[in-house]
Design a protein around this ligand. Sequence first.
Ligand code: SAH
Length: 254
Amino acid sequence: LSRPVESGRVYIVGAGPGDPELLTLRGAAVLAAADVVFHDQLVSEEVLGLARPTAELVAAGHRAGQPKREQRAVTAAMADRVRRGLIVCRLKGGDPFVFGRGGEDLEALLAEGVPSEVVPGVSSALAGPAAAGVPVTHRGVARSVLIVTGHQQDPEGGLDWDRLRADTVIVLMGGTRLGAISRAMLAAGWAASTPAMLVSWATTSRQRQLQAPLGQIDERAHAACLAAPALLVVGAVVELADRFLGARESVGVS
Ligand code: SAH
């Protein structure tokens, strides 16, 4: 556990789903050593609290509308700090490569000739369901998992739900589009009775979850005012939560 954290490179670090104890040891070592931390909005205060007190913290999310421009600016700022001999950490929620634009950061840094190291993180896509008592696979219940984005990239809505199939479906970034997503899944053949769950602020003290059939999840989630960040889990495994959550202590569960 003593690989050095060096200046002259950017560490692209997965911050995990929220709970600071779910940060990797390597991630914590990088955070403790970094002179400057460029973090996206999803990273929790507690995780940022693991940075050196003297570290410079720079909020660098991808604001809607200007992602390319912001990416260029952040890359330039990181390259500048690296050339000044600083240890630079690019901190992203969950895992950097799971809808985290980590690959884009890597491409941009490569183009600038800046060496980087990727430190994987615990993705909310798997940790979110787990924290809510849902195993994404379970013998005899589910043996395939699909992770998709509910984010609307283009006016047509993007995802070809007729082609997408798995025993367990996990939708990230679907909070505000829950209605459209659940309707699209129903139209593509998922039964209205398919168990579904929305988990918000998973692994944090604000965690809440709501279980309802797919046909009702949108209406129920609105009524319960579940806040972003939230993820949707669809599939028979959701029903295991009744037993599995009861088997352990959990914080803030509704
Ligand atoms: N790279 C991240 C995902 C980035 S996309 C990862 O691997 O976790 C952002 C989406 O992730 C959010 O819209 C939400 O759907 C999900 N998300 C991230 N953190 C979450 C959390 N603590 N609880 C529930 N959903 C979360």
